[in-house]
Write a protein that binds this ligand. Structure first.
Ligand code: NAP
Length: 418
C-alpha cells in the first residue's frame, strides 16, 4: 500500500502540497541563507589560557564587542579594570558592573572614570597608576573603545578643542600607552603582557596622515574619512609602539615580555554600528528595525566579534617572538596596507602627536589654573561680603545724635521705670 502511494507522491505530487519545484526552491533558499549566516557568524576562538589573577585594563567594556569581551575575560577569572566615562555613581554603570559580576561569578571587576575624549582625564588615571609603589601588576591592555560620527552629522569638538574621532580613537590610546609605558615594561619577565589594539578594515581608505595635523582641519573632515584616518593612525602608532617595546633592554637582561597584537573583529551588530547605520535618526532606526533580518543575516553578533579578541588574549603563540601581528577571524593575517609599518611615517606622526598633546595639555593647564584663580577670588569676595553683612547685623546701629541702639534701649527702659 505505501509503495504505490509514495511512487504517486514522487511522480505526481501530493494533492494540496506545493509543487516539487517550489519545494526545491524553498530548500535551496534555506541552504543559501544558512550558508551566508554561517559565513557571517565568523569563527570561534578555541585557544585557552588561564586568566585567574591576571590584571586587564579594558576600554570600551560597556558596549558591543568590548562588553562581550569583558564578560568572557571576567568569566575566566581575570581582574578587570574598565575605563569608562560615566561617574562611579552613575546608576547605569552600577547596574552594569553588578550584572557583569553576577553573570561572570567574578567580583574582581572595577570601573575607573576615564573620559577618553579628555587628555587630562587620561593623564590623571595613568599617572595615578604608574605612581603606585611597588609597580602594579598589569597583564593586558585591551583598547576597544571608539567613536564614529554618523554620516551627515557635523564634526564634534572635545572640551579641549580636538576633533572627537581623532581624540577617542587615536590620541587617547597614544596618550594612555605613552604614560603607562614604564608600567608595561617593568612587569616581571615571567609575565606575558599583551597590548591589544582594535583596528577596522576602514583604515584602508585613509588618506595620508603626515604629522596628524590634517585630522584637525575642518576642510579635510567627513565622518568616514575621520574614522578611517583615526584607525590608520592607530595602526601606524601600534607598530611603532610594538617596536618601542621590542627595543627595550630590560635591566635584568631578560627578553621583552610585552607585545602588541592588532584585532579586526569584522562587522558586528553593536550599538556603535547601529548608530552608524541609522545615522543617529529615528527614521534611520525605523528602516533598521524593518530590515532587521538582513542586518541579523549579514552581521556578526558582538559575541562573534569578540572571538578574535579572545584569541588575541589567549593564543599561546602570540606570547612569543615579535609583536605587531594582526588577528582576524581567529587567525593571523597580513595588513592590507604595507605602509602601516613604515618607520618614517610613524616617526612623523609620533612627533606631531607628541607636539599636539604637549601644546594642548599646556593650554589646558593654563586654563585650569586661571579658572581656579577666578574661583578662589570669587570665593574670597563672597566670604568678605558675608562677613561684612554679618558684622553689620551684629554691630549696634548709632542714631543721628551718635547714640547706639543699646544706649537708646537703656534710656527707654530707665524712662519707663520712672
Ligand atoms: N562594530 C563593528 O562592526 C566593528 C567593525 C570593525 C572594528 N570595530 C572596532 O571594534 C571596537 C568596538 O566596536 P563596537 O562597535 O563594539 O563599539 P561601540 O558599541 O560603539 O562601543 C564603543 C565603546 O567605547 C566607549 N567610549 C566611546 N567614547 C568614549 C569616551 N569618550 N570615553 C570612554 N569610553 C568611550 C563606549 O562607552 P559608552 O557606551 O559608555 O558610550 C563604548 O563602551 C571599536 O574599536 C571599533 O572601531 C567595530
Amino acid at each position: 500500500m505505501p509503495i504505490p502511494f509514495l511512487s504517486t507522491a514522487i511522480w505526481y505530487g501530493i494533492p494540496g502540497m506545493p509543487s516539487r519545484w517550489t519545494i526545491f526552491c524553498g530548500f535551496l533558499a534555506i541552504v543559501v541563507l544558512s550558508f551566508v549566516k554561517w559565513v557571517s557568524m565568523g569563527t570561534t576562538n578555541t585557544s585557552e589560557r588561564k586568566l585567574h589573577g591576571k590584571v586587564v585594563i579594558l576600554t570600551g567594556g560597556t558596549s558591543g564587542i568590548g562588553a562581550a569581551t569583558a564578560l568572557d575575560l571576567a568569566s575566566r577569572g581575570a581582574q578587570l579594570i574598565l575605563l569608562v566615562h560615566q561617574s562611579p555613581s552613575d546608576l547605569f554603570l552600577v547596574d552594569y558592573i553588578d550584572d557583569l559580576r553576577e553573570r561572570s561569578g567574578n567580583h574582581m571587576i572595577y570601573a575607573e572614570q576615564v573620559d577618553l575624549s579628555s587628555l587630562w582625564s587620561i593623564r590623571k588615571f595613568a599617572t595615578k597608576w604608574i605612581d603606585n609603589a611597588p609597580p602594579r601588576r598589569l597583564d593586558m591592555i585591551a583598547l576597544c573603545a571608539s567613536t564614529l560620527t554618523p554620516p551627515g552629522r557635523s564634526r564634534i569638538m572635545t572640551e579641549e578643542g580636538l576633533e572627537e574621532t581623532w581624540m577617542v580613537n587615536y590620541l587617547a590610546n597614544f596618550h594612555l600607552l605613552s604614560i603607562l609605558s614604564p608600567a608595561i615594561r617593568t612587569q616581571p619577565p615571567d609575565r606575558d603582557v599583551r597590548i591589544i589594539f582594535t583596528t577596522c578594515s576602514a583604515y584602508i581608505n585613509s588618506p595620508a596622515i603626515g604629522d596628524g595635523s590634517d585630522a584637525l582641519k575642518k576642510k579635510e573632515w567627513s565622518p568616514s574619512k575621520a574614522y578611517a584616518r583615526s584607525k590608520y593612525a592607530l595602526n601606524v602608532f601600534g607598530h611603532a609602539f610594538s617596536k618601542h617595546l621590542d627595543a627595550y633592554k630590560r635591566p635584568d637582561g631578560a627578553p621583552t615580555n610585552a607585545r602588541v597584537v592588532f584585532v579586526d573583529p569584522g562587522y558586528c551588530r553593536t550599538p556603535g554600528m547601529r548608530r552608524y547605520l541609522t545615522r543617529g535618526t529615528l527614521w534611520g532606526l525605523s528602516i533598521y528595525l524593518a530590515l532587521w533580518q538582513t542586518v541579523w543575516l549579514l552581521l556578526k553578533s558582538p559575541e562573534g566579534g569578540a572571538q578574535s579578541f579572545l584569541y588575541a588574549a589567549m593564543e599561546a603563540t602570540l606570547g612569543r617572538g615579535y609583536g605587531g601581528k594582526l588577528i582576524k577571524e581567529c587567525r593571523e593575517m597580513a595588513f592590507a596596507r604595507k605602509d602601516v609599518t613604515d618607520e618614517k611615517i610613524a616617526e612623523k606622526l609620533w612627533k606631531g602627536t607628541e607636539k599636539l598633546i604637549e601644546k594642548t595639555e599646556k593650554d589646558e593647564a593654563v586654563k585650569r589654573s586661571l579658572k581656579k584663580k577666578e574661583e578662589k577670588e570669587a570665593k574670597e569676595a563672597k566670604e568678605a561680603k558675608e562677613k561684612k553683612t554679618s558684622s553689620e547685623k551684629v554691630a549696634p546701629k548709632a542714631d543721628s545724635n551718635g547714640n547706639s541702639d543699646s544706649k537708646n534701649a537703656k534710656s527707654r527702659r530707665q524712662k519707663k521705670a520712672k
